[in-house]
Design a protein around this ligand. Structure first.
Ligand code: AP5
Length: 220
């Protein structure tokens, strides 16, 4: 489906808000790539690339990977040909410095952000969602043991890969990630509000209901 213009989107929200789940659905619906810095970094850690080795400890501790690393990743990714009709940035930017770098980068590429979708949600729900999350080792798709279970327990509906629990989804690390979000990422809501790009969606509700709210914004 097309909305007649490039869909350059940012999904913003705390850990467990549903950014990845919705980015996956919206990306498929509109035929644009989901650019998840978390997924790119997890693959680099798994492959033990130099970037992965640099990022691993930050991620395990629930801290942000340095801006220069993630800005480089996104810069390279947005130049790929599949980003011509749009992209969903899932988990980037996460600091004001990253947001400034992104606008410089997009300006150089002759692109701009269409919407920043902010997922509004309460902490208790986040904990419930994160602790029940399972990820596919093969394609990176996320599931939830209760709210979004795979058809066959332990294996991915899409590629048959094994499902696992993320290293940083342990309760002690989750609290750190939530604190880091409040301190370093939540200020981006004001930043993008000031740029008249911010649209809020209620992150509570079913996956389908939330998808419909996002589609309504994109097609407004
Ligand atoms: P990242 O992978 O981006 O993690 P995050 O932002 O903490 O977000 P999550 O993946 O935890 O949550 P989500 O909002 O995508 O929720 P999901 O859809 O999975 O980053 C990981 C780490 O990488 C960071 O801590 C950092 O170290 C590093 N990093 C990444 N980007 C960086 C950057 N830009 N700068 C610096 N460092 C960076 O949903 C959660 C669960 O809930 C799932 O199980 C899902 O099935 C379920 N669910 C989803 N929606 C619903 C619903 N409506 N109802 C019920 N259940 C639902």
């Amino acid at each position: 489906m097309s909305v007649g213009r490039a869909l350059n989107l940012i999904f913003l929200g705390p850990p467990g808000a549903g950014k990845g789940t919705q980015a996956n659905l919206i990306a498929k619906k509109y035929g644009i790539p989901q650019v998840s810095t978390g997924e790119i970094l997890r693959s680099a850690v798994k492959e033990q690339t130099p970037m992965g080795q640099q990022a691993a400890q930050y991620m395990a501790d629930g801290l942000l990977v340095p801006d220069c690393v993630v800005v480089g990743i996104v810069g390279e990714r947005l130049m790929a040909s599949d980003c011509v009709s749009g992209f969903i940035l899932d988990g980037f930017p996460r600091t004001v410095a990253q947001a400034d770098s992104l606008s410089e980068l997009l300006e150089k590429l002759g692109k701009s952000v269409g919407f920043v979708i902010s997922f509004e949600i309460v902490k208790d729900v986040l904990l419930e969602r994160i602790t029940g999350r399972r990820m596919c080792r093969g394609c990176g798709r996320g599931y939830h043991v209760v709210f979004d279970p795979p058809k066959s327990p332990g294996s991915c509906d899409e590629c048959g890969g094994d499902l696992y629990q993320r290293e940083d989804d342990k309760e002690e690390t989750i609290q750190k990630r939530l604190d880091v979000y409040e301190e370093q990422t939540a200020p981006l809501k004001e930043y993008y509000k000031n740029h008249s790009l911010l649209k809020s969606v209620n992150g509570l509700g079913s996956i389908d209901e939330i998808q419909k709210s996002i589609v309504a914004i994109l097609e407004s």
